[in-house]
Design a binder for this molecule. Structure first.
Ligand SMILES: [Zn+2]
Length: 372
């Protein structure tokens, strides 16, 4: 891994080049989520056409099926999925909270690891198992196992999860055997700026080539993001990439870029697309609910994606009302293009020193009210 910062410093907006085994990634970058090694409704050629250079796959879901051994036997994720760009896998730490409630299945955390519900009994994902699994998957970047907490956790819970995350990170480093896959450490710290700063310092001490910033975008008020992110970016080395995990709405992405984050992922654009919601300006438009039946224009005026240059809002609405499969693909292509374009434009603005003005314009031009 080689990361070259082309503009910006530790805490403000930055533009960089991340060189990985399967190509160069321009940052800031949004990674589409391919949960089981595939981004729902689109194929590798669609992703290539969208300029995607780095894809996220979920280790947890691939662990359940087809399993690390099966992917390894098929030659690793690149051979298994046919994706020739870069792949980052998350570790399963997020699922420790997203599957924690009894309704969600009841994932349980102990010092040993995360005990998940699984077909035929429970399965333990320890830090060592998370590394072993990801090494079987053989992505370009893998992540340490961490323990996020949901907002609003109390101070004792936040401290306990953060300190455990640090111990697990050290265990992940000790278990890491294949240097061909880079390992990023994950900063936690709950919703306390000082604890976040301490977490960044503790994770930094372990000598990772890059960092995940975890445990945010977990129901905390979005306007808290800068206060929780800046203590972290201030503490981390300026010349290492920072990946803000799980963030996907435009106002929040712009806020995180402004604080010095480089990499992002979220299921939001692909999940929204499958419900007929498209990203327009800094907001979104639901093609199913809104009266767009007679609109002959594109989903987003001015958009150059394969959906907007060929298809109308009226057709997209019809496709969704009838459950035609093409609708899911076109809306997914548009939403991913929308965020890729946001990153390209943000990058150009950072390089020319005009990011603040760009951000204000992006949030102002929308005909749809932004969530922030
Ligand atoms: Zn479009």
């Amino acid at each position: 891994l080689k990361f070259t910062l082309l503009a910006g410093g530790a805490t403000g907006p930055r533009a960089g080049l991340l060189e990985l085994p399967h190509g160069v990634v321009e940052t800031p970058v949004f990674m589409p989520v391919g949960t089981r090694g595939t981004v729902k409704a689109v194929d590798n050629l669609d992703l290539q056409s969208l300029g995607v250079a780095l894809l996220l796959n979920n280790a947890y879901h691939l662990w359940l099926e087809p399993g690390g051994e099966a992917v390894e036997a098929a030659g690793g994720l690149h051979r298994f999925t046919g994706w020739q760009g870069n792949i980052l896998t998350d570790s399963g730490g997020f699922q420790a909270v997203s599957l924690a409630g009894p309704d969600a299945g009841g994932a349980r955390v102990s010092e040993e690891g995360v005990d998940f519900p699984a077909a035929g009994g429970r399965r333990l994902l320890s830090p060592e198992a998370a590394i072993r699994l990801q090494e079987q998957l053989a992505p370009d970047i893998m992540m340490t196992l961490d323990q996020p907490v949901l907002f609003p956790a109390d101070a004792a819970q936040q401290l306990e999860a953060t300190e455990r995350t640090h111990r697990w990170a050290a265990r992940c480093v000790a278990a890491w055997t294949r240097p061909a896959t880079e390992l990023f450490g994950i900063v936690q710290g709950g919703f306390d700026p000082e604890l976040r700063r301490q977490s960044a310092r503790a994770i930094r001490a372990l000598g990772f080539p890059g960092y995940g910033i975890g445990g945010l975008s977990l129901d905390e008020p979005p306007e808290q993001i800068p206060a929780l992110l800046q203590p972290v970016t201030r503490e981390l080395e300026v010349d290492k990439p920072r990946y803000f995990m799980g963030l996907g709405s435009e106002p929040e992405l712009l806020a995180a870029i402004a604080c010095g984050a480089d990499m992002f992922d979220c299921v939001l654009p692909t999940r929204l697309a499958r419900t007929g919601s498209v990203l327009v300006g800094a907001g979104r438009l639901n093609l199913v609910n809104r009266a767009v039946a007679d609109e002959a224009g594109p989903v987003e005026p001015g958009c150059t994606c394969a959906c907007c240059t060929r298809h109308s809002r009226a057709q997209l609405r019809f496709l969704f009302l009838r459950g035609e499969l093409l609708g899911y693909r076109l809306a997914t292509i548009h939403n991913l293009h929308h965020l890729a374009e946001l990153m390209r434009e943000a990058r150009a603005a950072i390089m020319s020193g005009g990011f603040d003005g760009f951000r204000e314009r992006r949030l102002a031009v929308s005909g749809v009210k932004p969530r922030l």
